[in-house]
Design a protein around this ligand. Structure first.
Ligand code: NDP
Length: 238
C-alpha cells in the first residue's frame, strides 16, 4: 500500500485529493494548520468510506520545526503532494512584511521542507512521486496578487529544477497550475466578480476540486518519463 502525504487537506482541493487517493487504495496522511475538526471529519469519512488508514495531523507546513516533528510520526512517504496554500489580495506596497513572509513560508518554503524530509527514503527506494499544486498566476502573474504569483512562480522553478535533480533516482516531480477552482479560497470574491471572471474563461465556469483531484491522480500515475512539467487545468483560460 502506497503512502500519500497531502498537505492542506481539511477542505477544497486537498480534501478532494485525499478522497481520490484513498478511493484508489492509498494510505493517506492529511494535514492542516487550523481547521482540526474539519480535518478529523475527513479522516473519519476516508476510513469508513474507503477502508484505508488515514492519519490526520495539525501542522503548520510553513514552520520547519513542526514539519520535522510531523515526519518523525510518518511511515516513508511514497507520494508527496504539496497543496497547502494561502492567498493574499491587495496592493503590494500595502502588504506587510509579516504577510509577505507568511505567504512565502506557506506556499513556497513548505515545499522545500517536505521535500527535504521525504526525498531520502524515496532515493533509497529509487522510487517516488512529488506533485506541487501551483497556480496559473505562477506562470503569468496577477495584479493585486504579486506575492502569491511570486510564490507560485517559485514553486514552478522549484519543480523544474528538482525534477532534474531527482530524475536519475527515478523520482518524478511535477506541478499542477489550476485556474479558478470552486473552493473557500475564492469565497472572498463577490458574485459579480465571479461572473466577470467566468466571461474570461472559455469553459464558462469554475473548475471543481474533484477535477483537480482526478488530474493529480493521473499525473502521479503517469509514465515515469513525464517529469518537470507544469500542467494547466484552467478551462482554457491561459
Ligand atoms: P482552501 O483555502 O480551500 O484550502 C487550503 C488548505 O490549506 C486548507 O486545508 C488549509 O487548512 C491549508 N493550509 C493553509 N495554510 C496552511 C499551513 N501553513 N499549514 C498547513 N495547512 C495549511 O484552498 P484551495 O483548496 O483552493 O487551495 C489548495 C491549493 O490550490 C493552494 O495551494 C492554492 O494556492 C492552489 N490553487 C487554488 C486555486 C483556486 O482557485 N481555488 C487556483 C490555483 C491554485 P487551515 O485552514 O487549517 O490552515
Amino acid at each position: 500500500m502506497k503512502t500519500v502525504l497531502i498537505t492542506g487537506a481539511s477542505r477544497g482541493i486537498g480534501a478532494a485529493m485525499a478522497r481520490t487517493f484513498a478511493a484508489n487504495g492509498c494510505r493517506t496522511v492529511i494535514t492542516c494548520r487550523n481547521s482540526e475538526a474539519d480535518l478529523l471529519s475527513i479522516k473519519e469519512e476516508i476510513e469508513t468510506s474507503y477502508n484505508v488508514p488515514c492519519m490526520a495531523h495539525v501542522c503548520d507546513m510553513g514552520d520547519f520545526k513542526q514539519v520535522e516533528q510531523l515526519f518523525t510520526q510518518l511511515p516513508p512517504v511514497d507520494i508527496l503532494i504539496n497543496n497547502a496554500g494561502i492567498s493574499y489580495f491587495g496592493l503590494l506596497s500595502e502588504m506587510s512584511v509579516a504577510d509577505w513572509r507568511r505567504m512565502m513560508d506557506t506556499n513556497l518554503n513548505a515545499c522545500f521542507y517536505t521535500c527535504k524530509l521525504a526525498i531520502p527514503s524515496m532515493v533509497a527506494k529509487k522510487e517516488g512521486r512529488i506533485l506541487n499544486i501551483s497556480s496559473v498566476w505562477g506562470n503569468c502573474g496577477s495584479s493585486m496578487e504579486t506575492a502569491y504569483s511570486a510564490a507560485k512562480g517559485g514553486v514552478n522553478a522549484f519543480t523544474k529544477a528538482l525534477a532534474k535533480e531527482l530524475a536519475p533516482s527515478n523520482i518524478q516531480v511535477n506541478a499542477l497550475a489550476p485556474g479558478l477552482i470552486d473552493t473557500a479560497m475564492n469565497h472572498c470574491l463577490s458574485a459579480e466578480d465571479i461572473e466577470a471572471l467566468k466571461t474570461e474563461i472559455p469553459a464558462d465556469r469554475l473548475g471543481s476540486p474533484e477535477e483537480v483531484a482526478l488530474l493529480a491522480w493521473q499525473v502521479v500515475n503517469a509514465p515515469a518519463y513525464m517529469t518537470g512539467q507544469i500542467i494547466g487545468i484552467d478551462g482554457g483560460w491561459f
